[in-house]
Design a protein around this ligand. Structure first.
Ligand code: 3HC
Length: 292
């Protein structure tokens, strides 16, 4: 079965990005959010991104209209019933994901594929909420979704091999580069990235350098697009803390344990760019200033 109609659940940062790239790639996309206000907010960010592409002449206005025409927002889960593939991008909370997939499992025909964009939950565990475990996968996108080329395509021990290949091809049809990986907490990227980010905080705690100096070291010394503290603020300190805790729980290795400073910052509500402060203050977004 060819994937043509794509459903996306969750119109936040990740869900709206996924819906945008799928519509740009020619798929018919239905995106569902729980409230009209949240749906509106997500659709507006897609509009803004498309406008930016038109400004840069990466799209013409006819193409923009065609993309808009392929994209439909809804607050009704029932509207996803006819999709070939549904990608979930809601909160990182296993019970919430299981409840959603159990409802979708009843609504959708047996041919519909399910995928979660989780970065830290067990795909195997979420799949148990459905009667289609062999057709249930992880599709892990990266922020900002329209820009980052990678998608981790995650299989479980129960996955059907041919369907997994089909989903890998789907990621290619989105214009992304898929990597095949299996359901181990953190997959490939976060398995490597999270200890690096946590080590950057430890490096600062040990007094090896200031926050801008550590950021510049990795930017200018290694060619990374962002230093670790800028990236921590970009990803969200709460998100990083949450993922690190799950990884520590899974592997019981000190390198995944969140440093005390990260915990204190999250407790204080310094969640990074989205909350206006993290390792940097974003009162002037064009000119972040270090806070510690
Ligand atoms: N949406 C759409 N497009 C965006 C964007 C966004 N939010 N942010 C930037 N862009 C586009 C810009 O329009 C620009 O496009 P152009 O080259 O065609 O003009 C391009 O990206 C570069 O943007 P800028 O010139 O404004 O800024 P930078 O050169 O600094 O690039 C960046 C911004 C792409 C975010 C770059 O800094 C980067 O790659 N940072 C690292 C991001 C990263 O590591 N992401 C992964 C996080 S981990 C994750 O998501 C996993 C999760 O499980 C935690």
């Amino acid at each position: 079965m060819a994937i043509e109609r794509v459903g996306v659940v969750g119109c936040g940062l990740m869900g709206s990005g996924i819906a945008q790239v799928a519509a740009q790639a020619g798929f018919s996309v239905t995106i569902r959010e729980v409230t009209p206000e949240l749906l509106e907010k997500g659709l507006k960010s897609i509009e803004k991104n498309l406008a930016r592409l038109v400004e840069k002449s990466a799209l013409n206005s006819t193409e923009r209209e065609q993309i808009r025409g392929r994209l439909r927002g809804t607050t009704r889960l029932e509207d996803l019933a006819g999709c070939d593939l549904i990608i979930e991008a809601i909160v990182e909370h296993v019970p919430a994901k299981k409840e959603l997939f159990a409802a979708l499992d009843k609504l959708c025909g047996p041919a519909t594929l399910f995928a979660t964009n989780t970065s830290s939950c067990s795909v195997t565990e979420v799949a148990t909420a459905t009667a289609r475990r062999s057709r249930f996968f992880g599709l892990h996108f990266f922020n900002p979704v329209p820009v980052m080329k990678l998608v981790e395509v995650v299989r479980t021990i129960e996955s059907d091999a041919a369907t997994y290949e089909e989903l890998t091809r789907f990621a290619e049809r989105l214009g992304k580069t898929p990597v095949r990986t299996s359901d181990r907490t953190g997959f490939i990227v976060n398995r490597l990235l999270v200890p690096y980010l946590l080590d950057a905080i430890r490096t600062f705690e040990e007094g090896l350098g200031t926050i801008p100096d550590i950021d510049n070291s990795m930017k200018l010394g290694c060619g990374y697009p962002m230093g670790p503290f800028t990236l921590l603020d970009f990803v969200g300190l709460d998100t990083t803390y949450y993922i690190a805790n799950i990884m520590f729980e899974e592997f019981k290795e000190p390198r995944f344990a969140p440093p005390p400073l990260l915990k204190r910052m999250v407790l204080a509500g310094w969640n990074g760019r989205k909350s206006g402060r993290g390792f940097y203050d974003y009162s002037d977004p064009q000119n972040p200033t270090p806070l510690l």
